[in-house]
Design a protein around this ligand. Sequence first.
Ligand SMILES: Cc1cc2nc3c(=O)[nH]c(=O)nc-3n(C[C@H](O)[C@H](O)[C@H](O)COP(=O)(O)O)c2cc1C
Length: 185
Amino acid sequence: MPAKNIVVIVGSLRRASFTRRVAEAMVRLAPGAFGFQFAEIGRLPLYNQDLDSPDQSPKAWVEFREFIRPFAGVLFATPEHNRSIPAALKNALDVGSRPYGQSAWAGKPAGIVSVTPGAMGGFGANHHLRQSLVFLNMPAMAQPEAYIGHAADLIADDFSVKVESTRTFLGQYMTAFETFVAKLA
Ligand SMILES: Cc1cc2nc3c(=O)[nH]c(=O)nc-3n(C[C@H](O)[C@H](O)[C@H](O)COP(=O)(O)O)c2cc1C
């Protein structure tokens, strides 16, 4: 892996996820100072502290933590489930945060984009995620904020953005995010 990479975490497990499509489009609009790699969170067993000890933690947890650790920053792309983040994303945050004192997330600068086919841009999910990142000691980029609504027909099959104003915005977001990560990583 190149030294400067950002991991992308998509909060949807759905095959045709609008959120994943937006994340794929954003990666393609990034200026290119960093490489981007997607992490998969769908096969992580639900976090259970009873199972988490040095000699018996589920292999998938251990591998996920080691996968996350080398990245310079994290881009979270999340749908909104009942005005919060999906359970799969919260589980990934919890798995990566333990064992206590050895969080794989600690100190990593983060970007947050919330995505919905609805009109409100996933504000609830975006800000619930920010709340967890404070505790995880992950500085989250404050501006620009990214609330992507009406996402159902936004991204073409080649991951280009169909709406010019959104394409421009997402490009600006990725430029700001790479600058943010470069300063803090
Ligand atoms: C359990 C559940 C709860 C949802 N709650 C919200 C919500 O609070 N706000 C919203 O905008 N959309 C909500 N939706 C609709 C999602 O935005 C929609 O299913 C979207 O396609 C999910 O993102 P994805 O396409 O990346 O999987 C909800 C969907 C599900 C399945």
